[in-house]
Design a protein around this ligand. Structure first.
Ligand code: SAH
Length: 381
C-alpha cells in the first residue's frame, strides 16, 4: 500500500526555495512573491482566497502544497497580558503501531509578551532540549526532536492570527528563539526560519529584532556569523569555567574563553552593536559580589550587555531565586564598573510562561543529553 505523497508545507520555504518550487510547477518566479504576500503580509492560508492567482494554479497548489501550522492545545493569558500557547506538532514520520497507545504528537510552547513599545514573540526550536542546563525546566523533559522550518515559521504565523492580525499593523515586533530548545543545535531549520522572519516579503522584521539565543555552541555561532545577520544572545550564567561547567554543561566542550572569542567575532563580522548575555540569578550560587567582579573582568570594554534574569522556579528544582537586594547589588557593581546590566522583568510567571519554565509535552524522548557525555549527537547542522 502506498499513500499519497506528502504535500509541501509552504511555510517551510524561503523565498528562493518557494521560487524554485513554483518554477517546478511550470509557473513564473513572481508567483512566489505573490504567494509570500498572501502568506505573510495578509496572513491568508486558504489558496481559494488568493484571488490574484489563476484558478488553475490554485487548483494545482491544492494538490501539492499546504499551509499547515501547529495545532493549539491550550491558551493561557497572564494577569500582565502575557500569553502562552501549548502547541501540538505532529510527528513527521508515521508512528509504528505501538502496543500501548502513544500520542502521535509532541507539544511545544510559545509565549507573547506585550510591552508598551513592542510585542515580543518567544518561539521554540526543538521538542525538549538536550543541553541539560541544571536550572532549566525544559532540560528536565529531555530531547525528542528538532522542529522543522515550517513548524518554526508556523508558530509566528499562528501567533499573528491569534493576536488578531490586521494588514499593515504590527503586533509582533520582535522574535526571540528563547522558547524550548537550543536553536543552534537545529541550525539547518532555524537559519531558514530566521531568513523568512527578516525577508521583506516574509514577516519583514528588522535584523536587530530577530534574536537567536544560544547556550554556547561555538562552531555554529561562527557559522551563523558568516551566514546570517540576526541578533545573538548568549546564555552565560557564570563568570568562570568551574561554575559554568556545572550550570551549562556544554561549557565543558566550549569553555568561556572560546565562547567569548566567538562572540566578539560575531559582533565584528556582523557589524552588530553588541551581544546580549543572559545571566540567571541563582541564590547563593552565582549572585555574589565576587561573581560580579569576575564578570567585570571578562566584559569590561567589550560590546556586551548583561541581562540579569531572576531565576524562575519549577517543581523539584534545587535552586532558589536571588533576593531583590542581591540582584540590585550585583547590577550596581556591574554598572558602576562600566558593564551595562539590566534586570529582566519577570513576565507571565502566574501561567509558568517565564524564562526557563516552558515544558510542553515531550513523550517518546530519546533522552539524548549532553550533561554526562558531551557527545554531539543531538546537534545537527
Ligand atoms: N537554549 C537557548 C534558548 C533558551 S533561551 C539558550 O540557552 O540560550 C531561555 C533563556 O532562559 C536562557 O538564557 C536560559 O538559560 C534561561 N533560563 C532557563 N531556565 C531558566 C529559569 N528557570 N529561570 C530563568 N531563566 C532561565
Amino acid at each position: 500500500m502506498s499513500s499519497a505523497p506528502a504535500k509541501t508545507n509552504l511555510l517551510g520555504l524561503t523565498q528562493a526555495e518557494l521560487q524554485a518550487f513554483v518554477e517546478r510547477m511550470g509557473e513564473k518566479p513572481f508567483r512566489a512573491r505573490q504567494l509570500m504576500k498572501w502568506l505573510y503580509h495578509r496572513n491568508v492560508s486558504d489558496f481559494d482566497e488568493m484571488t490574484d492567482l489563476a484558478k488553475s494554479f490554485r487548483a494545482k497548489l491544492k494538490e501539492v502544497a499546504e499551509v499547515r501550522v501547529p495545532r493549539i492545545l491550550r491558551t493561557q493569558v497572564s494577569a500582565d497580558g502575557t500569553r502562552k500557547w501549548l502547541l501540538a506538532v505532529e510527528s513527521p514520520e508515521p508512528q509504528p503501531p505501538a502496543p500501548s497507545p502513544q500520542p502521535s504528537f509532541q507539544a511545544i510552547e510559545m509565549v507573547f509578551i506585550p510591552e508598551p513599545d513592542r510585542g515580543t514573540l518567544c518561539i521554540s526550536s526543538q521538542v525538549g532540549c538536550a543541553m541539560d542546563c541544571t536550572f532549566c525546566a525544559t532540560a528536565q523533559q529531555g530531547f525528542n526532536r528538532n522542529l522543522t522550518t515550517a513548524e518554526i515559521v508556523g508558530q509566528v504565523w499562528l501567533a499573528n492570527r491569534e493576536l488578531g492580525f490586521k494588514p499593515g499593523a504590527r503586533v509582533i515586533t520582535n522574535i526571540v528563539f528563547m522558547g524550548m530548545g537550543e536553536p543552534l543545535a537545529n541550525y539547518r531549520n532555524v537559519v531558514p526560519a530566521a531568513e523568512i522572519f527578516m525577508d521583506d516579503l516574509g514577516f519583514d522584521i528588522s535584523r536587530r529584532r530577530v534574536t537567536v539565543s544560544t547556550s554556547g555552541l561555538v562552531p555554529q555561532m561562527r557559522r551563523l556569523a558568516a551566514e546570517t545577520n540576526c541578533a545573538l544572545a548568549v546564555s552565560l550564567h557564570a563568570p568562570n569555567d568551574a561554575l559554568r561547567d556545572e550550570l551549562v554543561p556544554i561549557n565543558r566542550k566550549h569553555p568561556i574563553a572560546e565562547l567569548l572569542d566567538a562572540c566578539w567575532h560575531y559582533v565584528e563580522k556582523q557589524n552588530a552593536r553588541s551581544i546580549t548575555f543572559e545571566y540567571v540569578m541563582l541564590d547563593g550560587i552565582n549572585d555574589q559580589p565576587e561573581h560580579a567582579y569576575e564578570l567585570v573582568r571578562l566584559l569590561k570594554g567589550k560590546p556586551a550587555k548583561l541581562n540579569l534574569i531572576p531565576f524562575n522556579p519549577f517543581p523539584q528544582t534545587r535552586y532558589r531565586r536571588s533576593t531583590p537586594a542581591a540582584i540590585e547589588r550585583f547590577r550596581d557593581i556591574l554598572n558602576s564598573h562600566g558593564v551595562i546590566a539590566t534586570t529582566r522583568r519577570t513576565r507571565g510567571d502566574d501561567i509558568d510562561a517565564a524564562c526557563g519554565q516552558l515544558v510542553g509535552r515531550v513523550t517518546n524522548r530519546t533522552t539524548v543529553r549532553l550533561g554526562s557525555k558531551l557527545i554531539g549527537v543531538a546537534v545537527q547542522s
